[in-house]
Design a protein around this ligand. Structure first.
Ligand code: HEM
Ligand code: HEM
Length: 186
């Protein structure tokens, strides 16, 4: 059975959810850590994983647009349902905006990016001083950097709210919301 139902989510929904969720949590952690500690060795790893996960993010968006959102396992108060739907939209949209702004930022800044050594946008070194890079487009670099930083905070906050929601369903409401996303039934 490939589509989602109230009792069971499809392996595609479950697989894409956990692939994207765990990778995004990893990228948020590496991102905040590398910028706060100036760990430049982590930048290429962050960029490479970010570019790769973008394809899974896009697949997930297509899957959601084609299949709609999974039906809640039971009736909730309408404020709770609306909050969950809004959080899911913020999560989906932010996961699209983060890789795009990251690529625009890394590309426009002249640092370039690729996938583990496979170059996509080349870096733009200053011939007079090869240790320096020259931005291809400074205005775009600044906008994309700001977007990447602001959306990172929005995404991290939404993930926390989402996690609290998932635990509330499991521990307080004792319903099947989390179990269904783990491929189990109550
Ligand atoms: C879903 C994917 C991504 C997530 C969740 C993510 C998350 C983050 C976070 C949390 C930061 C730290 C922001 C801060 O300083 O406050 C960051 C920084 C950065 N990210 Fe990403 N990122 C993603 C994808 C990408 C991609 C695809 C690229 C480039 C190809 C990229 C390039 C960068 C760069 C260059 C920085 C350093 C910014 C600076 O030094 O000011 N990111 N990212
Ligand atoms: C460890 C952390 C996480 C847990 C425990 C968790 C748990 C869940 C659960 C139980 C659902 C089903 C909700 C329902 O049936 O209405 C769900 C749905 C969803 N989650 Fe997560 N999640 C986590 C992390 C994430 C992250 C990091 C993202 C985004 C990057 C994310 C994005 C979504 C989205 C968009 C949905 C809506 C259904 C879908 O599109 O598959 N989740 N999550």
């Amino acid at each position: 059975m490939i589509s989602d139902s109230k009792e069971k989510l499809s392996p595609i929904t479950i697989g894409l959810h956990w692939l994207v969720a765990l990778t995004i949590i990893g990228l948020l952690t590496i991102g905040f850590y590398m910028t706060n500690t100036s760990s430049y060795g982590l930048y290429p790893i962050h960029k490479s994983i970010g570019v790769i996960i973008f394809s899974a993010v896009l697949l997930r968006v297509v899957w959601r647009l084609k299949n709609g959102w999974p039906e809640p396992v039971r009736e909730y108060p309408s404020w709770e349902h609306r909050l969950a739907v809004a959080t899911h939209w913020i999560l989906i949209i932010s996961t699209v905006v983060m890789p795009i702004s990251g690529m625009l930022y890394a590309g426009a800044s002249g640092h370039g990016f690729g996938i583990f050594g496979l170059e996509i946008v080349a870096s733009n070194h200053d011939p007079a001083n090869p240790a320096q890079v020259i931005p291809y487009n400074h205005a775009l670099e600044e906008i994309a950097e700001e977007v990447h930083k602001i959306v990172a905070i929005i995404l991290a906050s939404a993930v926390l709210l989402h996690l609290v929601g998932a635990l509330k369903h499991h521990v307080l409401d004792k319903d099947a919301t989390l179990l269904r996303m783990l491929g189990k039934s109550k």
